[in-house]
Design a protein around this ligand. Structure first.
Ligand code: MG
Length: 243
């Protein structure tokens, strides 16, 4: 009992001491490090520290799997999937990042479900944020626009109609692997679709497979990849900030 009183007394003294330390508001001000200055963009234009991956001018930041310049169509400051031309990837590789992508599903509406305006943004070439025309077009919920494909259903359907430009703002934390190749932390992602939060810091379970379970083979930085799913989806104004 005596001991307990002694400890309680010490705790009171310690609390009083802490209080005394924080009486001056300056005691809890932190001045270093100072965040560096970034000039924000206007109307979705890139901030000053972004890497511009596509501004409509050319494919200089992109390549095909065989190392050639993409055969996608280039017009009106946009690039458009040409069926059969294949996926395209950034020449640079990325890990944690903030990614801005604008896309437009085709004006001519054809097909249904997964067959309408299908493309995709693959983070680290492995994890697909689905691009699909789900404006008045139903498909399986974990495969609709803004889903982490076959894994996580978007919180809402924020699709604009076909032929209108849409935005994805993606905030991505890459998975971590230890020296033995074991995943020690999953990837996490937040997605804002046309200004609406649709994925809120969700865990990515592994590769986004069409058939079968997610896989988790170790990897480092990797390209951002855009999918040729046979539909003439267009992209413009793509930029990324490494985190
Ligand atoms: Mg897709």
């Amino acid at each position: 009992m005596k001991n307990m009183l002694y400890i309680a007394g010490l705790l009171c003294l310690s609390a009083a001491h802490t209080f005394a330390q924080t009486k001056d508001p300056k005691d809890t001000e932190v001045w270093t490090p100072e965040p560096r200055v970034v000039t924000p963009g206007v109307n979705n234009s890139p901030p000053s520290d972004a890497i511009v991956l596509f501004d409509g001018a050319n494919f200089s930041e992109w390549t095909t799997d065989s190392g050639e310049s993409p055969k996608w169509a280039l017009a009106d400051e946009a690039m458009t999937v040409v069926k059969g031309a294949g996926d395209i990837s950034t020449k640079r590789t990325f890990g944690d990042c903030q990614l801005h992508v604008e896309f437009r599903t085709p004006a001519v509406v054809k097909g249904e479900g997964q067959g309408r305006g299908n493309s995709g943004v693959f983070l680290q070439s492995r994890y697909e944020v689905q691009v699909l025309d789900n404006y008045q077009n139903r498909t399986y919920s974990n495969g609709q626009a803004g889903s982490i494909y076959k894994q996580t259903i978007p919180l809402v359907n924020a699709c604009r109609p076909p032929d209108e430009w849409q935005t994805y703002d993606i905030f991505y934390t890459a998975p971590r692997f230890n020296a033995d190749g074991i995943r020690t932390a999953p990837a996490r992602v937040t997605v804002v679709h046309n200004g609406v939060l649709i994925q809120n810091g969700v865990e990515i379970q592994g590769t986004t497979e069409y058939i079968g379970m997610p896989k988790n083979l170790p990897h480092g930085k990797a390209p951002i990849r855009l999918q040729d799913h046979g539909d003439a989806v267009s992209y413009r104004n793509i930029w990324v900030r490494e985190l």
